[in-house]
Design a binder for this molecule. Structure first.
Ligand code: GLA
Length: 392
């Protein structure tokens, strides 16, 4: 268990006892993630290099003998949801107020559709992944719900990849976000001290050990982002259109020369394709650079990735560009920074020598203000373990 999760464990246990009148029998966690390289490549069957972080969701749980599910969300003012597993689970309609419940409902529905058999349950959920920051609070929630079911009912047939796929379908089908598989896969497969290189076509994962003296800094710009309502689904459609133009299954199958030679492609689609093709290459190269402890190369790749997101994929915003520039000059050639996640706000990630964390944080505190005057929030992230049970 990651030490910072102790407060979540206490909160989940207390809420469970208070709300359901008895002690939980099971405690599980699933982490959020930060993506080090490979943005908007996952749904193009490409490569990504995220790591699970020491911020996540913790669920205290207990099985029931009937088919009733009762859920309390500690961080939503103890909001409650209840439904029956023997009636078709449907999404709640008020997406703004009840979205959290739809992630839970969606995950249970997807597990049912896999043919898994389980009874009702009581769940008390809490978490500390900043929401709307691009750190996958939603994947952390759905994967944690799946892990709770797995642990409560001793379901050994559901492996980490299948659990992640069910979580992705829950988000696609119940919440309406056509997200890729990266967030859920790394939440399920994360390993302490490692980033995970994922081939999003084969779903093979490779753990990449980070050197002891390297830190991952996540800096929240305080510019909130909205994934479902944002341009995310539009970008996805544009990439699918580009793949159709090239006559391939996904942009993963296209190389740089093909993009440059594609005279019939309109300028925007050409730039979208160029981002995906070059970003795929960068994700694979970044895995090598990190494994070799080559922070100088990692920094170059991060700078190129950010420029590509800004100019070709057009998913950054001016305050984010500014934050990346501030971190870039503070870190110099000893590492780098780039926006991370779906885009249009949220967080920047920096990879740098641990000895430079203070100087980089100080530079952000001194030089950056969000459009409404807020300072950025800085999190030193520890590459952490994927979903699993915790000791009660
Ligand atoms: C969001 C999605 C992921 C991925 C990233 C962009 O986090 O959930 O599947 O597409 O955006 O890389």
């Amino acid at each position: 268990m990651n030490r910072p999760q102790q407060h979540l464990i206490t909160a989940a246990r207390q809420a469970f006892l208070q709300h359901f009148g008895q002690m939980p029998t099971t405690l599980v966690q699933a982490p959020g993630r930060v993506n080090l390289m490979g943005e908007h490549t996952d749904y193009n069957d490409g490569y990504v290099l995220p790591c699970a972080i020491n911020f996540g969701t913790v669920i205290a749980a207990r099985r029931r003998d009937d088919a009733m599910v009762r859920v309390v969300a500690v961080d939503m003012d103890m909001a409650f949801d209840g439904f029956w597993l023997d009636e078709t689970i449907k999404p709640l309609l008020d997406q703004a107020k009840q979205q959290w419940a739809n992630y839970v409902r969606g995950m249970l529905r997807e597990l049912q559709l896999l043919g898994l058999s389980f009874n009702g349950m009581e769940l008390a959920i809490t978490g500390d992944v900043p929401q709307g920051a691009g750190l996958s609070s939603s994947a952390s929630l759905t994967v944690a719900v799946g892990q709770a079911v797995k642990s409560l009912f001793s379901i050994d047939t559901l492996d980490a990849t299948q659990l992640a796929q069910a979580a992705q379908r829950a988000e696609n089908n119940f919440v309406g976000c056509q997200c890729g598989i990266m967030d859920q896969l790394v939440s399920a497969h994360g390993k302490v001290g490692h980033a995970v290189l994922i081939d999003c076509r084969s779903l093979q994962t490779r753990q990449v050990l980070l050197a002891d003296d390297v830190s991952v800094l996540v800096v929240h710009s305080r510019v909130a982002r909205g994934l479902v309502d944002s341009e995310y689904n539009t970008r996805r459609k544009q990439c699918e259109a580009a793949a159709r133009y090239f006559g391939v299954a996904a942009l993963r199958d296209v190389n740089g020369e093909q993009v440059s030679a594609a005279s019939g492609l309109d300028q925007m689609t050409m730039r979208r394709s160029r981002h995906v093709v070059t970003e795929n290459q960068r994700a694979q190269e970044a895995a090598v650079a990190l494994a070799q402890g080559d922070l100088r190369r990692m920094g170059e790749l991060m700078a190129a990735s950010h420029a590509s997101m800004r100019d070709d994929f057009e998913i950054t915003l001016p305050p984010i560009d500014e934050l990346v520039a501030i971190l870039g000059s503070a870190i110099g050639e000893m590492g780098g920074a780039r926006m991370t996640g779906g885009g249009f706000g949220g967080c920047v990630v920096a990879v740098l020598p641990t000895a430079m964390v203070k100087a980089a944080s100080d530079a952000v505190a001194a030089q950056y203000r969000a459009p409404h005057g807020e300072s950025a929030l800085v999190y030193v992230c520890v590459p952490s373990a994927g979903a699993g049970s915790l000791t009660l």
